[in-house]
Each structure stands twice: as C-alpha cells, then as structure tokens.
Design a protein around this ligand. Structure first.
Ligand SMILES: *[C@@H]1O[C@H](CO)[C@@H](O)[C@H](O)[C@H]1NC(C)=O
Ligand SMILES: *[C@@H]1O[C@H](CO)[C@@H](O)[C@H](O)[C@H]1NC(C)=O
Ligand SMILES: *[C@@H]1O[C@H](CO)[C@@H](O)[C@H](O)[C@H]1NC(C)=O
Ligand SMILES: *[C@@H]1O[C@H](CO)[C@@H](O)[C@H](O)[C@H]1NC(C)=O
Ligand SMILES: *[C@@H]1O[C@H](CO)[C@@H](O)[C@H](O)[C@H]1NC(C)=O
Ligand SMILES: *[C@@H]1O[C@H](CO)[C@@H](O)[C@H](O)[C@H]1NC(C)=O
Length: 470
C-alpha cells in the first residue's frame, strides 16, 4: 500500500542524508593535526584534533534556541490578553536580534549544510502563525503587530536565501522528507476516515473482515408470539434466482427444541405486514435454532438425530437426508444459553457450512464445508474454541465469527477462525442487543446483514467491513 511505500522511502532517504551529511563534514572540515604512535602492544594509534571552524555553529545553535524560546514564550503570552502590546515589543526586539544573526550567517561564505534550516523555518512559521492570531484578536489596527508581521516575513525570505546557497542538496531532500511525512500523515488520516464509509459490493470478499456493527434494528416479533423465544430467521441467498426475494421465519416450539412450522414471505414488505405468508409444516421436524436457507432450500438438523436435512422450499419436501459424520447431537455441545443447537448451519459468499462438535474434538468447534447438493462434507477445520462457551457463530468469506454475552444488553464478537489461512484470533466488536439471549445469527452475503433471532424478536444488524490491510 501507499502508506508502507512512503514509510520505506522515508527511512531510505533519512539514511541517505545521514551518509551525505557525514561526507560533507569530512570534506569541509580540514584536519588540523594528526599524530601517530605505537603503543606497548605494537598497535598504531592516532589522535585527531578538530579545530574551531569558521562556520558559526554555536551562533546557529543559539539562533535555534532563541527561536524555540521565543515561540514558546509567545504562545504563553497569547493567553495574557492584557499584556499583548508589551510582549509584542519584546518579541520585536528578539526578532531583530534573530535577524541580525541570520544576516551574519549570510555574510560569511561557509557551507551551511549541517544546519537545520527546516527547524529554523518551522519556528519562524510558528511565530508567523502566532502573530497572525494576534492580529486577528486585537481590535482595530496595531502598528506594532503589523510591523512584526512584516519582519517575520522578511526573516522567512532570508532563511530561504541562505538555503539556496546550499550545494549539497541535503536541504532539498529534507524538504522532500517533510513533504513525504505530510503525505504519510494525510494517507493515515485518509485511512482512518475510510474505515467507516467503505463500501464492498454484495458477495464481495475484498475486505478485511468486520470492523463494526450497527445498532439492532427490530423488525418485528415472530408470528407465533412472545413465548416462542427460540428460532431463526433470514433472507434466502439465492444464486439461481437472485432477483427473487424470499424471507423465512422459523420459530421453534415453546420447548425450545422442536422445529415444526415455518413461514415464507416473498418480499420484505409482506414480512413486515405479515401478509401473503406461506405457512408450512416440516415433514421431518428439526431440532434447534441452527437452521438456514440457501438457494431456496432449508438446511437443518433433523430432530433427535445427527442427520442433516435439506428441504425444498418450493415443494416442502425433504430432498436429502444425510448424517454429519461423528457429529455430537441431542444437546451434547450446544451454545451457551441456547439449548439443542448442536448443529448450526451457515451460508457465506462461497456456499454452505455447518458448525458443530464431536466427541473427538472434545466439544471444540468444528467447521465443515458442505456440498449443498449432496450434503457431503467437502472439508473440515478443527478450532480450539470450546463450542458450549460461545453463544453463537456465523461465517463471512470463510471466516467464522463467534459471539459471547458481555451482559444482558451487549454481546461481543470475540473469536475468529479463518478457514482460508487456518488461523484463529481474538477480536472485540460489541453488538448491542434488545433482549438477553441471542438464539441464532444468520448472515446474508447479498445484503451483508446479520439476521438475529433475539428472544422471539426478529432483529437485523448491518455490518461494516474494513479495507484489506497489506
Ligand atoms: C602538531 O602538533 C604538535 C604537538 O602539539 C606540534 O608540535 C606540531 O607543530 C603540530 N604540527 C602542525 C602542522 O600543526
Ligand atoms: C538582543 O541582543 C542584544 C545584544 O546581543 C541583547 O542585549 C538583548 O537583550 C537582546 N534582546 C532580546 C530581546 O533578546
Ligand atoms: C525587509 O528586508 C528588506 C531588505 O532586506 C529591508 O529593506 C526592509 O527594511 C526590511 N523590512 C523590515 C520591516 O524589516
Ligand atoms: C488514526 O487512527 C489511529 C488509531 O486509531 C490513531 O493513533 C492516529 O492518530 C489516527 N491518525 C490520524 C491522522 O487521525
Ligand atoms: C461502531 O458503531 C457504533 C454504532 O453505529 C458507533 O457508535 C461507533 O462509533 C462505531 N465504532 C467505531 C470504532 O467505528
Ligand atoms: C457436489 O456434488 C455434486 C453431485 O455429486 C457434484 O456434481 C458437484 O461437483 C459437487 N460440488 C462440489 C463443490 O464438490
């Protein structure tokens, strides 16, 4: 990325300057006297005496110090409105002194390569800024301040002239560095700004994962009522008929275990108005709130079994039933605070997944990519996160995100497992919730929204992704 390139260039330039500056000193400063001698061990030793140069280093240092002190004082004085005019007179004298020094520097014909003109200029600029402030705060015209302003301008010109005498281009490079630093700063600022409004098209994985999450947006209470606290809902992610909208709502029975009925709506408006619903009874009932819908099929854990079911939503018939090898079931390793969710189906940009545990995994989360046609396991990843200690999980771009409760009103996305790199990690993204328990979270890649079932309420969260950091 640009930022990094700039930073590298910067380091390179700084090194170049260090070398250049050292060379210059050797060229410009003649050695006064060198004596050599042999010591007891027969090693040759030399001493080098460096003479006082004609170059007015001390004066320049003084000049810099004066400028520093001056600008500090000026800043302090700014707060004492009543003493403005008096202070300005002193500053004026100091600036005159500074001018004399600079003029002196100008009149001597040595190279000034070692001088930090840039610092000098910064200090003068700072003074200029302060005087400009003074000008604006003082009511009416003030001759002294005006004069001060002109003198500072003059000082700037002189320093610029001095700089032009430099033959080693060091100052040029230094200025280049300052420009680069500014660009770096700007780049960083830009980066900070872009974290919020970044846009990634639906289905795109060109981002660096979740960086923040919106407030919960409560859509409605589930159609069966307040006592149906368990369940799931979402929006079909359909690649075959992307233009067709399909919302599904699947509250469990009040036992918090048995999935029997679900509803389909062909538009969001219908869902909101509870209109034109198709209400259906699942032929082979499901278990838990881990249900999802993908490409017009519902995927769920068939009741009291380690089998996965694939239900055709057009016909409400079971298309495939297949065991998930070695999967624990029957409330063995469900989520914290949410029973009977041994299998949690998930959809991301690349297709269908199932999140579960086995006895062999000692209850740790396993992630399997499924062939959605056959429900065969294509690949499995073992994590080191204990499934019953998390409250829910979902997958985005092959990255599993796990949540845990912080308190009754906040949930935290705290753990990630990236199946692309097989690496796990910790993050902390706080997610507000309306009610205490989150029974299910379904991610939809087409609108990049989390569909959350929260104690019977249907809730949505928008996701904010971060740009990829190189
Ligand atoms: C070098 O220093 C020595 C001892 O200080 C002195 O005797 C000699 O004259 C000096 N030589 C020159 C060239 O300055
Ligand atoms: C300016 O320089 C003169 C002579 O070096 C010195 O006496 C005087 O105090 C200086 N003024 C200020 C404000 O530094
Ligand atoms: C600014 O500098 C010019 C030339 O060095 C000089 O003639 C002029 O008097 C200066 N003005 C002030 C206000 O110092
Ligand atoms: C950008 O954000 C980082 C940390 O969030 C902060 O340290 C830095 O100062 C910010 N930079 C700018 C230019 O705002
Ligand atoms: C995250 O989102 C919340 C709610 O929209 C907002 O208040 C907060 O400032 C965001 N935090 C960051 C780091 O962007
Ligand atoms: C899924 O299974 C079907 C039927 O066996 C096969 O045609 C398809 O290639 C499989 N897909 C993947 C991604 O393995």
């Amino acid at each position: 990325m640009k930022c990094v390139n700039l930073a590298v260039l910067l380091v390179f330039l700084q090194n170049a300057i260090a070398v250049n500056a050292a060379n210059t000193m050797l060229q410009n400063v003649p050695f006064a006297n060198v004596t050599g001698s042999l010591n007891d061990n027969g090693v040759c030793q030399c001493s080098v005496y460096l003479p006082d140069t004609v170059f007015p280093v001390q004066k320049v240092e003084m000049l810099e110090i004066t400028a520093q002190v001056l600008s500090e004082k000026l800043e302090r004085e700014l707060t004492k409105v009543s003493q403005y005019t008096k202070a300005i007179e002193t500053y004026e004298q100091k600036i005159q002194n500074l001018t004399i020094k600079v003029e002196h520097m100008e009149s001597t014909s040595v190279s000034y390569t070692e001088l930090d003109f840039q610092l000098l200029k910064l200090e003068i600029n700072e003074m200029e800024r302060l005087v400009t402030q003074l000008k604006s705060t003082l009511v009416g015209s003030n001759v002294i301040v005006e004069q001060l302003y002109v003198e500072i301008k003059n000082l700037t010109l002189m320093v610029n002239d001095l700089e032009s005498l430099d033959k080693n281009n060091i100052l040029l490079i230094r200025r280049e560095i300052v420009a680069l630093q500014n660009r770096l700063k700007e780049c960083e600022k830009h980066r900070n700004q872009t974290t919020t409004p970044s846009y990634f098209p639906p289905g795109s994985c060109g981002h660096g994962g979740i960086v923040n999450i919106s407030q919960p947006y409560v859509v409605q209470l589930n159609w069966r009522g307040f006592s149906f606290k368990y369940g799931s809902w979402g929006r079909d992610y359909s690649l075959r008929t992307p233009q067709k909208d399909l919302y599904w709502v699947a509250p469990l029975n009040t036992d918090g275990r048995h999935l029997e009925y679900y509803r389909l709506h062909n538009s969001y408006d219908d869902l909101l108005l509870l209109k034109n619903a198709r209400e259906l009874k699942i032929p082979y009932g499901g278990e838990g709130s881990g249900t999802t819908v993908y490409n017009n099929f519902m995927y769920y854990n068939i009741y009291n079994s380690r089998d996965m079911g694939k239900l055709d939503l057009n016909t409400n018939t079971l298309a495939v039933r297949k065991a998930l090898p070695n999967a624990a079931y029957g409330n063995r390793f469900s989520y914290a605070g949410v029973g009977w969710q041994d299998m949690d189906f998930a959809v991301d940009e690349s297709g269908l997944w199932v999140i579960y545990s086995t006895e062999d995994s000692t209850g740790n989360i396993m992630i399997s990519k499924l062939n959605e046609t056959t429900l065969d396991v294509l690949h499995t990843w073992n994590t080191r996160q204990y499934k019953p200690s998390i409250s829910n999980a979902f997958i985005i771009c092959g990255v599993l995100y796990a949540t845990r409760p912080v308190n009754t009103r906040k949930e935290e996305i705290f753990y990630i497992y990236n199946t692309n790199t097989e690496q796990e990690g910790k993050i902390s993204i706080i997610m507000d919730k309306m009610l205490e328990t989150i029974q299910s979270i379904n991610y939809n890649p087409s609108d990049q929204v989390l569909y959350v079932y929260n104690d019977g309420y249907l809730v949505k969260h928008n996701l904010i992704f971060q740009p990829v950091l190189h």
